[in-house]
Design a protein around this ligand. Structure first.
Ligand code: SF4
Length: 630
């Protein structure tokens, strides 16, 4: 029977036994959890033993598309990587655009489960309903662009799309990412290290299969309606036509640009950075499959010590990390650092975070030149920044410590370092400041992936920048009426709604930036219904988000996560020292958290209650958690 809008098959590749199997995509799981993070959560809940070492062959990585991937729906060029994170030891999830996801589906597969580990470097070649494990000894050690080039040449299909890791993934840097299409990254939580531990250098995909749509004529009409909605939003100033970096100045004004390792949320020294970037370094924009926004930037520094080739980026997060967070005010070192991270396969957020953390520790005397290979790791020194990126990618000298991520590095440094480290559940803080919009604090504390600004979603966009994400018909207050500084427990209901909707995006596997351009739950529910032939509305989609969020929470609870792990680091709760948030700290976090627990129906230890899980159709999960002692 046709499973409309899905490819209908999932590949299972066991690298230890060198076996490849094809399994049917299961309709009952798809209807309960869609695809992406939802389908992957079910696989990992069922198949991973709790407590395994994330870098052992027992860990698995699931690369998933979703039900509307590759169908031309707005933002449908994404794919998801899900795994137990080598960085955090809990639920790891990373979303990425480009063209790889749709091409996997055109090759005949909804996803790939990679398990076991190879003794020697390999890559997977997936094409037209088939797959092969191929040797990669000659490619191991190469950068991301060189890897893509060599693999395309070897398979002889220039249109093939290549997912790969760089040298950082091979060296098991705990925050190494996974690249596709050169500079698109499933960057966070260490998926690249996990592939490196399995000796998988790349996964190349190509195919021309059609995706079956249940009601193709009506689907085509609905796509047109969505396109018109997107254009209407873009024409009235919505979306991301200037890329994520276009929001840099606004973040600075709102106190949302973490500065000096989170001491404050703004910095005057970078007030003209964005315009300078556009005037001198921006080469062009770039779009993923199925996108009208083209938020991707392509830039170049033509000459000087920070010269680069024309390359993708930098985006907002990268720029914030390599500027204000480490008190470095020039864009050229950012473009260079971004380029290096991309070719070596490093997550730019965690890499910049680690360098800024080293600068803070150096200032406080917690480390000296004896620890740093003789480098004076002073705030904002661009030459030191570039040297440290190189050292981290190779795990060389001091870089070996930084490659462990902030929680492990802080423990090794000792003294007050663990107290200073900005992370939740081991994931380094990204570059939005929760003092600028207090709902973000709840998300940072309760996101299943740790201190994450986009899994499940970015609530600051609602509170600071007026985005309603199409959620007003579903109970979101008009963003203009929300007091961003309030820490009233009612903020929990905003967090819950926005995070459930963000979780849905990762199960549909769409780019979340399309939730900012008039495409709310109703519009995507209509697309999904016409594509699959199922009857589903916006409320049902949000319920699916709730289900997946709680399934991933259960995964974490099984790994030992409890309420204490939902706490925020003290440094980011202290009053900011400059700008529009000067004097603003976070004082009622636990009050908001208590209300969030109530809405989620979690007990006082943060464990989802069995009755809630059963209502969501997760009976086996409910029974397992009921058997746990808090
Ligand atoms: S908005 Fe940006 S990230 Fe999203 S699909 Fe378009 S180009 Fe890709």
């Amino acid at each position: 029977m046709v499973l409309y809008s899905y490819a209908g098959k999932i590949l299972r590749v066991n690298l230890s036994t060198k076996t490849i199997k094809t399994e049917d995509t299961k309709k009952d799981i798809a209807q309960l959890l869609l695809g992406g993070n939802g389908y992957a959560a079910k696989i990992l809940w069922d198949e991973l033993k709790p407590g395994i070492d994330p870098l052992s062959p027992e860990n698995k990585i699931v690369l998933m598309t979703g039900p509307i991937t590759g169908t031309g729906a707005p933002g449908s060029g994404f794919w998801e990587a899900c795994f137990k994170s080598p960085l955090t030891g809990v639920w790891g999830e990373s979303a990425c655009g480009g063209w790889w996801g749709p091409m996997l589906k055109f090759a005949g597969f909804d996803g790939i489960i990679i398990e076991g580990a190879s003794e020697n470097p390999v890559y997977l070649w997936v094409h037209d309903g088939e797959a092969e494990i191929k040797p990669a000894e000659g490619i191991w050690g190469q950068t991301v662009p060189k890897t893509e080039e060599m693999i395309r040449k070897e398979i002889g299909i220039p249109q093939a799309r290549v997912l790969s890791i760089g040298p950082a993934g091979e060296k098991l840097v705990r925050f190494a990412g996974i690249a596709v299409d050169l500079e698109r990254y499933a960057g966070r939580k260490g998926g690249g290290a996990l592939l490196g531990s399995k000796k998988v250098k790349a996964v190349a995909v190509y195919g021309e299969k059609e995706i079956p749509i249940a009601k193709p004529t009506e689907y085509g009409k609905a796509l047109k309606e969505c396109e018109q909605a997107v254009y209407a939003s873009l024409n009235s100033g919505g979306g991301f036509p200037n890329g994520t970096l276009g929001g840099y100045d606004a973040c600075n004004q709102f106190g949302d640009l973490p500065t000096k390792y989170g001491e404050t949320g703004s910095w005057e020294a970078v007030s003209d950075l964005y315009q300078n970037f556009v005037n001198k370094y921006l080469v062009k924009n770039r779009a993923c499959f199925g996108c009208m926004q083209a938020c991707g930037r392509v830039s170049q520094v033509k000459e000087g010590p920070f010269a680069t080739p024309v390359y993708g980026g930098p985006e907002y997060e990268t720029t914030a990390g390599f500027t204000t967070f480490m008190l470095q005010k020039d864009i050229e070192p950012v473009i260079k650092a971004n380029y290096l991270c991309n070719i070596y396969g490093l997550d730019t957020i965690s890499t910049s975070h680690m360098i800024a953390f080293a600068m803070l520790c150096y200032e406080k005397g917690l480390i000296t030149t004896k620890d740093t290979d003789g480098l004076e790791v002073k705030w904002g020194d661009p030459d030191v920044v570039i040297k440290l990126v190189e050292k981290i990618a190779r795990r060389e000298g001091f870089g070996d410590l930084l490659a462990e991520g902030v929680r492990r590095a802080a423990e090794k440094i000792g003294g007050e370092a663990p107290k200073l480290a900005l992370h939740v559940k081991g994931l380094e803080m990204p570059y939005h400041d929760p003092r600028a919009g207090k709902t973000q604090a709840i998300e940072y504390g309760t996101s299943n992936t740790g201190m994450d600004h986009f899994h499940a979603h970015e609530t600051l966009d609602v509170e600071c920048y007026g985005a309603d994400l199409g959620l007003i018909p579903f109970g979101l207050p008009d963003p203009k009426t929300i007091d961003r500084f309030s820490e009233d427990p009612s903020k929990a209901s905003i967090a819950k709604l926005v995070m459930d909707w963000g979780t849905v995006a990762d199960a549909l596997v769409i780019c979340k930036f399309h939730q900012y351009v008039n495409l709310g739950p109703d519009k995507y529910a209509k697309l999904l219904s016409l594509a699959t032939g199922w009857k589903i509305d916006g409320w049902e989609l949000l319920k699916i988000g709730d289900r997946i969020f709680n399934l991933a929470r259960a995964f974490n609870v099984r790994e030992g996560i409890r309420r204490k792990d939902d706490m925020l680091p003290p440094r980011i709760m202290q009053p900011a020292t400059t700008g529009s948030t000067k004097g603003v700290g976070i004082t009622n976090y636990e009050g908001m958290l208590n209300e969030f627990y109530k809405l989620e129906e979690w007990d006082e230890n943060g464990i989802p209650k069995p009755e809630k899980l059963k209502r969501l159709g997760l009976n086996d999960v409910a029974n397992y958690l009921a058997s746990l002692k808090s």
